[in-house]
Design a protein around this ligand. Structure first.
Ligand SMILES: NC(=O)c1ccc[n+]([C@@H]2O[C@H](COP(=O)([O-])OP(=O)(O)OC[C@H]3O[C@@H](n4cnc5c(N)ncnc54)[C@H](OP(=O)(O)O)[C@@H]3O)[C@@H](O)[C@H]2O)c1
Length: 268
Protein backbone atom coordinates (compact mmCIF):
# COMPACT_ATOMS: atom_id res chain seq x y z
CA UNK A 1 0.00 0.00 0.00
CA UNK A 2 1.38 3.41 -1.00
CA UNK A 3 2.47 5.57 1.94
CA UNK A 4 0.60 8.82 2.57
CA UNK A 5 2.23 11.98 1.18
CA UNK A 6 1.13 14.78 3.48
CA UNK A 7 2.92 17.68 1.79
CA UNK A 8 0.41 20.41 0.90
CA UNK A 9 -2.54 18.17 1.87
CA UNK A 10 -5.24 18.95 4.45
CA UNK A 11 -5.05 16.97 7.70
CA UNK A 12 -7.60 17.17 10.55
CA UNK A 13 -6.23 16.88 14.10
CA UNK A 14 -8.71 16.83 16.98
CA UNK A 15 -7.53 17.74 20.46
CA UNK A 16 -4.86 20.05 19.01
CA UNK A 17 -5.11 22.63 21.81
CA UNK A 18 -2.59 20.78 24.00
CA UNK A 19 -0.44 17.68 24.45
CA UNK A 20 -0.09 15.04 21.78
CA UNK A 21 -2.51 16.67 19.33
CA UNK A 22 -0.75 20.03 19.53
CA UNK A 23 2.66 18.42 19.06
CA UNK A 24 1.45 16.30 16.11
CA UNK A 25 0.03 19.47 14.55
CA UNK A 26 3.41 21.22 14.97
CA UNK A 27 5.35 18.31 13.44
CA UNK A 28 2.83 17.88 10.60
CA UNK A 29 3.29 21.57 9.79
CA UNK A 30 7.06 21.91 10.19
CA UNK A 31 8.28 18.51 9.06
CA UNK A 32 5.60 17.44 6.58
CA UNK A 33 4.28 20.80 5.33
CA UNK A 34 0.67 19.66 5.72
CA UNK A 35 -2.18 22.19 5.91
CA UNK A 36 -4.15 21.67 9.10
CA UNK A 37 -7.67 21.71 10.42
CA UNK A 38 -7.33 21.86 14.20
CA UNK A 39 -10.25 21.25 16.56
CA UNK A 40 -10.83 21.38 20.32
CA UNK A 41 -12.78 23.48 22.86
CA UNK A 42 -10.10 26.03 23.83
CA UNK A 43 -10.31 28.69 21.10
CA UNK A 44 -7.35 30.70 22.46
CA UNK A 45 -4.95 27.78 22.30
CA UNK A 46 -6.08 26.87 18.77
CA UNK A 47 -5.83 30.44 17.48
CA UNK A 48 -2.37 30.81 19.01
CA UNK A 49 -1.25 27.60 17.32
CA UNK A 50 -2.73 28.76 13.99
CA UNK A 51 -0.81 32.06 14.18
CA UNK A 52 2.42 30.26 15.12
CA UNK A 53 2.20 27.64 12.37
CA UNK A 54 1.11 29.99 9.60
CA UNK A 55 3.98 32.32 10.48
CA UNK A 56 6.80 29.86 11.08
CA UNK A 57 5.83 26.79 9.03
CA UNK A 58 4.22 28.65 6.10
CA UNK A 59 1.19 26.38 5.93
CA UNK A 60 -2.58 27.10 6.10
CA UNK A 61 -4.54 26.38 9.28
CA UNK A 62 -8.32 26.29 9.82
CA UNK A 63 -9.56 26.41 13.41
CA UNK A 64 -12.78 24.69 14.47
CA UNK A 65 -13.84 25.29 18.05
CA UNK A 66 -16.06 22.41 19.09
CA UNK A 67 -17.02 20.20 22.00
CA UNK A 68 -16.59 16.73 20.55
CA UNK A 69 -18.58 15.11 23.35
CA UNK A 70 -21.68 16.56 21.65
CA UNK A 71 -22.62 14.49 18.57
CA UNK A 72 -23.87 17.50 16.56
CA UNK A 73 -20.57 19.30 17.21
CA UNK A 74 -18.63 16.23 16.11
CA UNK A 75 -20.76 16.16 12.93
CA UNK A 76 -20.02 19.84 12.31
CA UNK A 77 -16.27 19.30 12.61
CA UNK A 78 -16.37 16.59 9.96
CA UNK A 79 -18.78 18.46 7.68
CA UNK A 80 -16.51 21.54 7.77
CA UNK A 81 -13.40 19.38 7.30
CA UNK A 82 -14.65 17.49 4.25
CA UNK A 83 -16.35 20.46 2.57
CA UNK A 84 -14.53 20.97 -0.72
CA UNK A 85 -13.47 17.30 -0.83
CA UNK A 86 -9.82 17.91 -0.16
CA UNK A 87 -9.42 16.33 3.28
CA UNK A 88 -6.56 13.83 2.98
CA UNK A 89 -6.08 12.50 6.52
CA UNK A 90 -7.62 12.73 9.98
CA UNK A 91 -6.20 12.09 13.44
CA UNK A 92 -8.95 11.64 16.04
CA UNK A 93 -6.86 12.36 19.10
CA UNK A 94 -9.10 14.30 21.54
CA UNK A 95 -9.61 12.37 24.75
CA UNK A 96 -10.03 12.68 28.50
CA UNK A 97 -9.19 10.49 31.46
CA UNK A 98 -9.97 10.02 35.14
CA UNK A 99 -7.37 8.66 37.55
CA UNK A 100 -8.82 7.43 40.82
CA UNK A 101 -11.12 4.87 42.40
CA UNK A 102 -13.97 4.17 39.98
CA UNK A 103 -16.57 4.49 42.74
CA UNK A 104 -15.47 8.11 43.20
CA UNK A 105 -16.05 8.98 39.54
CA UNK A 106 -19.22 11.10 39.31
CA UNK A 107 -21.77 9.89 36.77
CA UNK A 108 -21.63 13.13 34.77
CA UNK A 109 -17.89 12.82 34.56
CA UNK A 110 -18.17 9.20 33.43
CA UNK A 111 -20.68 10.17 30.73
CA UNK A 112 -18.39 12.94 29.54
CA UNK A 113 -15.46 10.49 29.23
CA UNK A 114 -17.67 8.05 27.31
CA UNK A 115 -19.05 10.76 25.02
CA UNK A 116 -15.61 12.24 24.26
CA UNK A 117 -13.55 9.07 23.96
CA UNK A 118 -16.15 6.80 22.35
CA UNK A 119 -19.37 8.40 21.05
CA UNK A 120 -17.67 11.43 19.46
CA UNK A 121 -14.97 9.25 17.90
CA UNK A 122 -17.46 6.78 16.45
CA UNK A 123 -19.65 9.62 15.18
CA UNK A 124 -16.71 11.22 13.36
CA UNK A 125 -15.33 7.91 12.14
CA UNK A 126 -18.70 7.00 10.58
CA UNK A 127 -18.66 10.14 8.44
CA UNK A 128 -14.96 9.88 7.64
CA UNK A 129 -15.25 6.27 6.48
CA UNK A 130 -18.16 7.25 4.18
CA UNK A 131 -15.99 10.02 2.76
CA UNK A 132 -12.73 8.07 2.37
CA UNK A 133 -13.86 4.54 1.59
CA UNK A 134 -14.76 5.35 -2.00
CA UNK A 135 -12.93 4.31 -5.17
CA UNK A 136 -10.46 6.98 -6.25
CA UNK A 137 -10.17 8.63 -2.81
CA UNK A 138 -6.77 8.49 -1.14
CA UNK A 139 -6.19 9.06 2.55
CA UNK A 140 -5.79 7.80 6.07
CA UNK A 141 -7.53 7.91 9.43
CA UNK A 142 -5.77 7.43 12.76
CA UNK A 143 -7.62 6.79 16.03
CA UNK A 144 -5.60 7.61 19.13
CA UNK A 145 -6.19 4.82 21.60
CA UNK A 146 -3.82 3.80 24.41
CA UNK A 147 -1.91 0.80 25.74
CA UNK A 148 -4.53 1.10 28.50
CA UNK A 149 -6.90 -0.38 25.92
CA UNK A 150 -4.85 -3.59 25.63
CA UNK A 151 -5.32 -4.68 29.24
CA UNK A 152 -7.57 -3.50 32.09
CA UNK A 153 -6.02 -0.64 34.07
CA UNK A 154 -7.17 -0.31 37.70
CA UNK A 155 -7.90 3.26 38.86
CA UNK A 156 -8.43 4.21 35.22
CA UNK A 157 -11.18 1.62 34.73
CA UNK A 158 -13.55 3.73 32.63
CA UNK A 159 -10.75 5.31 30.57
CA UNK A 160 -9.16 1.93 29.95
CA UNK A 161 -12.51 0.52 28.81
CA UNK A 162 -13.09 3.41 26.37
CA UNK A 163 -9.66 2.80 24.84
CA UNK A 164 -10.32 -0.96 24.58
CA UNK A 165 -13.42 0.01 22.60
CA UNK A 166 -11.45 2.29 20.27
CA UNK A 167 -8.79 -0.34 19.64
CA UNK A 168 -11.32 -3.05 18.82
CA UNK A 169 -13.45 -0.66 16.78
CA UNK A 170 -10.57 0.72 14.71
CA UNK A 171 -8.96 -2.66 14.07
CA UNK A 172 -12.28 -4.25 13.10
CA UNK A 173 -13.18 -1.38 10.74
CA UNK A 174 -9.74 -1.57 9.12
CA UNK A 175 -10.74 -4.99 7.82
CA UNK A 176 -14.09 -3.80 6.48
CA UNK A 177 -12.61 -1.18 4.15
CA UNK A 178 -13.09 -1.64 0.42
CA UNK A 179 -10.89 1.19 -0.92
CA UNK A 180 -7.25 0.01 -1.10
CA UNK A 181 -6.05 3.65 -0.99
CA UNK A 182 -7.61 4.27 2.44
CA UNK A 183 -6.37 2.91 5.77
CA UNK A 184 -7.36 3.06 9.43
CA UNK A 185 -4.55 3.05 12.01
CA UNK A 186 -4.93 2.55 15.75
CA UNK A 187 -2.19 4.40 17.63
CA UNK A 188 -1.75 3.14 21.19
CA UNK A 189 0.83 4.99 23.28
CA UNK A 190 1.84 4.14 26.83
CA UNK A 191 2.17 7.10 29.21
CA UNK A 192 3.11 10.46 27.68
CA UNK A 193 4.12 13.68 29.46
CA UNK A 194 1.18 15.97 28.60
CA UNK A 195 -1.51 17.96 30.43
CA UNK A 196 -3.33 14.66 30.95
CA UNK A 197 -0.56 13.32 33.18
CA UNK A 198 0.54 16.69 34.61
CA UNK A 199 -1.12 15.97 37.92
CA UNK A 200 0.38 15.01 41.29
CA UNK A 201 -1.62 11.75 41.12
CA UNK A 202 0.76 10.61 38.36
CA UNK A 203 3.94 11.60 40.27
CA UNK A 204 5.07 8.03 40.98
CA UNK A 205 4.48 7.10 37.32
CA UNK A 206 6.35 10.03 35.79
CA UNK A 207 9.50 7.96 35.14
CA UNK A 208 7.49 5.91 32.64
CA UNK A 209 6.22 8.85 30.61
CA UNK A 210 7.44 9.33 27.06
CA UNK A 211 8.31 12.86 25.84
CA UNK A 212 5.42 14.15 23.76
CA UNK A 213 7.70 14.96 20.81
CA UNK A 214 8.72 11.30 20.54
CA UNK A 215 5.13 10.03 20.78
CA UNK A 216 3.99 12.56 18.15
CA UNK A 217 6.77 11.63 15.73
CA UNK A 218 5.96 7.94 16.02
CA UNK A 219 2.23 8.63 15.66
CA UNK A 220 2.73 10.52 12.41
CA UNK A 221 5.00 7.72 11.17
CA UNK A 222 2.26 5.18 11.97
CA UNK A 223 -0.30 7.23 10.03
CA UNK A 224 1.95 7.78 7.00
CA UNK A 225 3.04 4.15 6.78
CA UNK A 226 -0.58 3.04 7.29
CA UNK A 227 0.11 0.79 10.28
CA UNK A 228 -2.79 -1.37 11.46
CA UNK A 229 -1.91 -0.89 15.11
CA UNK A 230 1.13 0.90 16.52
CA UNK A 231 2.67 1.32 19.96
CA UNK A 232 5.35 4.03 20.17
CA UNK A 233 8.65 3.27 21.92
CA UNK A 234 10.69 0.07 21.63
CA UNK A 235 10.40 -0.72 25.35
CA UNK A 236 6.60 -0.30 25.20
CA UNK A 237 6.44 -2.61 22.18
CA UNK A 238 8.57 -5.24 23.90
CA UNK A 239 6.54 -4.87 27.10
CA UNK A 240 3.33 -5.24 25.14
CA UNK A 241 4.46 -8.49 23.48
CA UNK A 242 5.62 -9.81 26.85
CA UNK A 243 2.34 -8.90 28.56
CA UNK A 244 0.38 -10.92 25.99
CA UNK A 245 1.86 -14.03 27.60
CA UNK A 246 0.79 -13.07 31.12
CA UNK A 247 -2.71 -13.47 32.61
CA UNK A 248 -4.68 -10.21 32.64
CA UNK A 249 -5.45 -10.71 36.35
CA UNK A 250 -1.72 -10.83 37.14
CA UNK A 251 -0.97 -7.65 35.13
CA UNK A 252 -3.96 -5.87 36.69
CA UNK A 253 -2.81 -6.87 40.19
CA UNK A 254 0.71 -5.53 39.65
CA UNK A 255 -0.55 -2.27 38.09
CA UNK A 256 -3.07 -1.82 40.85
CA UNK A 257 -0.28 -1.71 43.46
CA UNK A 258 1.81 0.83 41.55
CA UNK A 259 -1.16 3.06 40.70
CA UNK A 260 -2.58 2.95 44.22
CA UNK A 261 0.81 3.94 45.64
CA UNK A 262 0.94 6.95 43.31
CA UNK A 263 -2.63 7.97 44.17
CA UNK A 264 -2.07 7.58 47.91
CA UNK A 265 1.13 9.66 47.85
CA UNK A 266 -0.70 12.46 46.00
CA UNK A 267 -3.40 12.51 48.70
CA UNK A 268 -0.92 12.73 51.61
N1 LIG B 1 -0.96 11.34 28.10
C1 LIG B 1 -0.93 10.02 28.11
O1 LIG B 1 -0.30 9.38 28.98
C2 LIG B 1 -1.66 9.23 27.04
C3 LIG B 1 -1.33 7.88 26.87
C4 LIG B 1 -2.00 7.16 25.89
C5 LIG B 1 -2.95 7.76 25.11
N2 LIG B 1 -3.25 9.08 25.29
C6 LIG B 1 -4.29 9.67 24.46
O2 LIG B 1 -3.75 10.73 23.70
C7 LIG B 1 -4.79 11.65 23.38
C8 LIG B 1 -4.33 13.06 23.68
O3 LIG B 1 -4.16 13.20 25.08
P1 LIG B 1 -3.00 14.09 25.72
O4 LIG B 1 -2.16 13.21 26.53
O5 LIG B 1 -2.38 14.94 24.69
O6 LIG B 1 -3.86 14.97 26.75
P2 LIG B 1 -4.20 16.51 26.80
O7 LIG B 1 -2.98 17.34 26.73
O8 LIG B 1 -5.09 16.65 27.97
O9 LIG B 1 -5.01 16.76 25.45
C9 LIG B 1 -6.34 16.35 25.26
C10 LIG B 1 -6.90 17.10 24.07
O10 LIG B 1 -8.25 16.65 23.86
C11 LIG B 1 -9.09 17.79 23.76
N3 LIG B 1 -10.42 17.49 24.25
C12 LIG B 1 -10.77 16.92 25.42
N4 LIG B 1 -12.10 16.88 25.55
C13 LIG B 1 -12.61 17.45 24.43
C14 LIG B 1 -13.92 17.73 23.99
N5 LIG B 1 -15.01 17.40 24.70
N6 LIG B 1 -14.08 18.33 22.79
C15 LIG B 1 -12.99 18.68 22.05
N7 LIG B 1 -11.73 18.43 22.40
C16 LIG B 1 -11.54 17.84 23.60
C17 LIG B 1 -8.42 18.86 24.62
O11 LIG B 1 -8.79 20.15 24.17
P3 LIG B 1 -9.78 21.17 24.91
O12 LIG B 1 -9.61 20.96 26.40
O13 LIG B 1 -9.30 22.49 24.43
O14 LIG B 1 -11.13 20.82 24.40
C18 LIG B 1 -6.95 18.60 24.31
O15 LIG B 1 -6.58 19.28 23.14
C19 LIG B 1 -6.02 11.22 24.18
O16 LIG B 1 -6.91 10.49 23.37
C20 LIG B 1 -5.42 10.30 25.24
O17 LIG B 1 -6.34 9.36 25.71
C21 LIG B 1 -2.62 9.84 26.23
Amino acid sequence: MKHLQLNNKWVLVTGASSGLGQEMARQLAHLHKANLIIAARRADNLNQLKAELEKYAGIQVKVIVADLSIPEEADRVIAESIAGNNLYAAILNAGVTYFGRHTELAWDNFESILKTNVIGVVRMTNSLVKYFDEPGTEGGLMLVSSMAGFFPVPYQAAYSATKAFITAFGNALHNELTNPAFSITVFAPGGIATEMTDNSKFNELKGWLMPVSVAAKEGIHALITRKYSYVPGLLNRIGNVFMNFLPSKFIGGKMSKVYLKSLTKAQQ
